[in-house]
Design a protein around this ligand. Structure first.
Ligand SMILES: Cc1cc2nc3c(=O)[nH]c(=O)nc-3n(C[C@H](O)[C@H](O)[C@H](O)COP(=O)(O)O)c2cc1C
Length: 156
């Protein structure tokens, strides 16, 4: 399967998770391309104006993994803006993923996944359950590993 991983990552944590997922999926012989979204200006908080300067063309992909950090108990505005720009998803599989600082998904992670899923569904995607990984816990690397396994399992 041809899979696009599109990630917004300000400080590199969601990017690291995306790279882990990329490695797992490549091991399963999928064609995987990772794209990191950049904005102008390079924002570091929500409620600031921005433009995504490098939105990838996703027509070639059978499935998309779209991820970003949780910001202020919500999905990153960059991720949401990117998903909203994908107006013709026509049944394409989309799996949202997020990283967050706090230990409990109840502090923004669950909400972020819901926001990303709703935006993708509104544009015609077949959304699969996503994953959220806390990045401040001592065992965050093990949690990231587990999350990457969960996603890889979706692609058998
Ligand atoms: C502006 C801002 C708001 C944040 N808000 C939250 C939040 O509401 N809940 C949370 O758990 N983490 C929050 N965080 C922490 C990030 O979600 C966390 O560090 C994430 O892993 C960073 O991902 P990145 O390195 O890919 O940018 C926030 C970080 C920033 C910069």
């Amino acid at each position: 399967m041809r899979i696009g991983i599109i990630v917004h990552s300000k400080t590199g944590k969601t990017l690291a998770l995306a790279q882990l997922i990329e490695k797992r999926l490549k091991k399963q012989n999928h064609g995987v391309t990772l794209h990191r979204l950049s904005t102008d200006p390079d924002i570091d908080a929500p409620n600031k104006p921005f433009r995504i300067v490098n939105p990838p063309d996703i027509t070639q992909y059978d499935a998309l993994l779209i991820g970003g950090p949780v910001w202020a108990f919500s999905a990153s505005p960059v991720t949401i803006s990117y998903i909203k720009s994908l107006t013709k998803l026509g049944g394409k599989k989309v799996i949202p993923f997020a990283t967050m600082g706090f230990f409990c998904a109840c502090l923004g992670g669950t909400r972020a996944l819901k926001q990303m899923s709703s935006a993708a569904e509104a544009n015609g995607a077949a959304v699969l359950p996503g994953i959220v990984v806390p990045t401040l816990l001592r065992d965050h690397e093990a949690l990231a590993d587990e999350a990457a396994d969960t996603i890889a399992a979706l692609f058998g």
